[in-house]
Each structure stands twice: as structure tokens, then as C-alpha cells.
Write a protein that binds this ligand. Structure first.
Ligand code: RB5
Length: 150
């Protein structure tokens, strides 16, 4: 499975650790984040990661900034992106099973490497359950269409 990963300057170290963790498990990682700790702006990387995902290059995405909040907010502005901020594995698993989230965000200033690996593992190993959840996701898509004036 291919995973796109995007991050700002705060999250370079955690991005590198998570990339190594994923590659060790056999995932292919596409890095669209910054590799420099020079101050930059997280929307750049949210957009780059979302574009790769929606372009079909990869199945899921991981976004990391200081809190995971800014970078997920930016990604969620792009129709078709369902990005969630998770600081523990339970929400990450349910975000896939119930919400069919396609991007996982977390904060390099919030979680340590071990917790981040557990969150990533929970997200990537869970499967969307469909069924009763699809109606709610269709309602979210309808909100997107309405907001776009379509
Ligand atoms: C950068 O200082 C910080 O604001 C950013 O990484 C993120 O936490 C924003 O939500």
C-alpha cells in the first residue's frame, strides 16, 4: 500500500520516524512534507498530500504538524478529503471503520514516537465498514456540494 505523508517544520523528526516505521512494515511512502526545520506553512503540505491522494497515487495519507490541527483543517478544505486528528489509537481505528477517513493527522508536539506508531497502526489496519455509515458520509458529501454551490 502507498501512503502519502506531509508535514511542516515542527514535525520533520516524527515524520522521519514514522516513515521508517512504515517502510519497515512494507508500505511505500511518498514524502511531500518539508525536510527542513526552517519555519514554513502547513497548508502547503496539506494541499500537496491531498492532491497526491485524490490523484490516485496513494490510498491513504498522514499529516503531521505541531498539533495536527492546522494541517488537517487545511486538508479538509479540499472536497473528498476526510482528515481526522487523533491523539490515541481508538479514534484512529474508528475514523477508518465508521468515517472512512482517508487522512490521519497528529501533532509532533502532542504525541511521542511510540504513541504515534500505535495511532498509525490502528488507522492503517482498520477497514471501512460501510452499511449504516455510508448514509452519513453521503450527507457530508452533500454539504460539500452545497457549500460549493452545486
Ligand atoms: C507551527 O508553529 C504550528 O502552528 C503548526 O505546526 C501547527 O501546530 C498548527 O496547527
Amino acid at each position: 500500500m502507498k501512503i502519502v505523508i506531509g508535514n511542516d517544520h515542527v514535525a520533520v523528526g516524527l515524520k522521519n520516524s514514522i516513515t521508517a516505521y512504515l517502510e519497515n512494515k512494507g508500505y511505500e511512502v511518498i514524502n511531500v512534507g518539508t525536510d527542513s526545520e526552517e519555519r514554513t506553512d502547513y497548508p502547503i503540505y496539506a494541499k500537496a498530500a491531498a492532491r497526491r491522494l485524490l490523484g490516485g497515487e496513494c490510498e491513504l495519507g498522514i499529516l503531521i504538524c505541531g498539533t495536527g490541527v492546522g494541517i488537517s483543517l487545511a486538508a479538509n478544505k479540499i472536497p473528498g478529503i476526510r482528515a481526522v486528528v487523533c491523539s490515541e489509537p481508538y479514534s484512529a481505528r474508528l475514523a477508518r471503520e465508521h468515517n472512512n477517513a482517508n487522512m490521519l493527522a497528529f501533532g509532533a508536539r502532542v504525541v511521542g514516537t511510540g504513541e504515534a506508531e500505535m495511532i498509525v497502526e490502528a488507522f492503517l489496519s482498520a477497514k471501512y465498514e460501510g452499511g449504516r455509515h455510508q448514509r452519513r458520509l453521503d450527507m457530508i458529501s452533500e454539504i460539500e456540494r452545497e457549500a460549493a454551490g452545486k
